[in-house]
Each structure stands twice: as structure tokens, then as C-alpha cells.
Design a protein around this ligand. Sequence first.
Ligand SMILES: Nc1ncnc2c1ncn2[C@@H]1O[C@H](COP(=O)(O)OP(=O)(O)OP(=O)(O)O)[C@@H](O)[C@H]1O
Ligand SMILES: [Mg+2]
Length: 305
Amino acid sequence: MIVECQHVTKRFEGRVVVDDLELEVSAGECFGLLGPNGAGKTTTLKMIYGVTAPSEGSIRVFGVDVVRDPRTVRKRLGVTLQENALMEVLSPVDNLRVFGRYHLLSESEIESRIEYLLDFLELRSHADLPVQALSGGFQRRLSIALSLMNQPELLILDEPTTGLDPAVRLSLWSRVGELRAQGTTVLLTTHYMEEAERLCDRLVILAEGRVLVEGAPKELIRRHLARDALEIEQDPVRHGPVMAALPGVKTQQAGRRLMLYADDGAALLQAAERAGADHAGLHLRPTNLEDVFLALTGTGLEGGA
Ligand SMILES: Nc1ncnc2c1ncn2[C@@H]1O[C@H](COP(=O)(O)OP(=O)(O)OP(=O)(O)O)[C@@H](O)[C@H]1O
Ligand SMILES: [Mg+2]
């Protein structure tokens, strides 16, 4: 087991923000922590890499107790924080160099790692500019490059793709795939449900410091909702009559959007039209992790068995 959290609780000034967390991440896995703002994701990651101590419980990483021996653990992992922590007046190359020295790599190891990472994160065109002159996306890529400097066995990524354009996000997803193919274990947080579905073998959804559900993305979708989702975009005053005409159908609302769930999407579409749903606003699609997330943390489910 790469990460083991047992009965981990964290309090800040008496307020519980992580509540009796049990978590296991095995070697080679990509594991996701999902949850609304303030759910305790970053706090959990900080406890795992040993900068914040749990108030109760124990955390072992690579079998080592993080509180007792944080240095041993940190040597073998890489972390990209939610906020970039870069030396602004230095170039990406010099940031990487400083970080390599911090990890006590030899000068030749440092240079070869830099060469590799400039290509791996497509930073070469900006390699010698001061960090403060780089756009947010390039700074993010540099942060990720820094966390890979020591060839970590465990890579921790706190919202790695927030603020990245779609092309860079896609390219980063494939980089994570390459790292995994090399055997790196990945622990990440994200607010992008598509990212979680694509990257994570398993994930937990947290809310107010507690695990609501755990499982593989597809399994969670199957466990919680029917196969197809029908989205209806319309004036919210029309939601009520549609729901009333379709008793027994699971629904959830998000503003102008009403979602209905059924295994037979085509039949559901016809039934919704008969029930007076606005034809122009109908969109049938497979149920996804975002539906599960909303159902568990957001507006909740109404109706259905
Ligand atoms: N150093 C601190 N002192 C006091 N409270 C804190 C501290 N760090 C975090 N908290 C509180 O702990 C709770 C969990 O915060 P955390 O940053 O772990 O959430 P998160 O799930 O990462 O949220 P986000 O999605 O917004 O990044 C929040 O209510 C936050 O205000
Ligand atoms: Mg966070």
C-alpha cells in the first residue's frame, strides 16, 4: 500500500475539517479526491505529505509514519500545490535547478532531468524567461515539472489543471498516463468530473470532511443513477409540471436545468415531451460523474424509488 490513512481527523481551532477518514491508495493507482470547496481535500493532501499533522489517527506513506519521519516520505514523493510556489524572478530552468539541489541530486542528474522535463511539460520555448513573465498556464506546467524533479514514486496533484486551456489540459492528461505507465502512483484532487472519470481508477467524494462514497467512476455512476440522463433546459417554472407528470423518475435540478434519469433514454425523451418539456431544450446523454457528484453533494435527488 502506498498511502494508508486510518481514522484521520483534523481540527482547526476545534472545528473538524477532516472527520475519521479511512483511505488506501495502492501502488500504480490513480486515486482522486473530489468534493465541494472546503470539503477537506487540500488538508488531506497536506497531511499525507507531512506539512500538517493530523489531530487524530495515523498516516503511513510507503509504509512509513509521516508524522514520525516526514523527510523519508518527502524524498520519494512529488507535490504540486493548489497555489503555485515558484521563485518569480528566476527562470523555469533555474527554478528546476534550485529544486534539484534541494533534493541533493548531482549536477549531471539535475541537467538531464531539466532536459527531460522541459520537453515533457512543453516548457522549452519559455525556459529562460523569468517566471513572473509567464502566463498562468505556463507557471502551472512549471509547478508540475518541479514536482517531478526527483522522479517521485507518488505524485500528489492538487487541482493540477485548474486554469489550463483545453489543449494543455488534454496534453497533461496524457502525461499523467505516461507517468502511470512508468509505475508512478498518482493522488489528485479536481473539480473537473471529466478529468476524474478519465484519469482515476478509484476516487472518493468528500463533503464536510467525510467520505460520502468510494469506488471506480463507472461503478459509482452505475450504483447511484440510471444509465441515461435527459437534460431539460427551460424556465424553472416548467420543471414542476414535468416532474409531476413523470412520477417515479429520478430527477435533480440545477437552476434552469432539470435532469431526469432512466435506463431507457429514448422512452424517457418521449415521455418528457408528452409531459410538456420544452422540445428545444432537450438533450439526451449518458449519465456521468457530474450527475453523481450533484446528486450526492448538491441539490439531492427527488422522486424515484
Ligand atoms: N490553516 C487553516 N486554519 C484554519 N482553517 C483551515 C486551515 N486550512 C484549511 N482550513 C479550513 O478547512 C476546511 C477545508 O479546507 P480545504 O482547503 O482542505 O478544502 P478543499 O476541499 O481543498 O477546498 P477547495 O476545493 O476550495 O480547494 C475549510 O473550511 C478551510 O477553511
Ligand atoms: Mg483545495
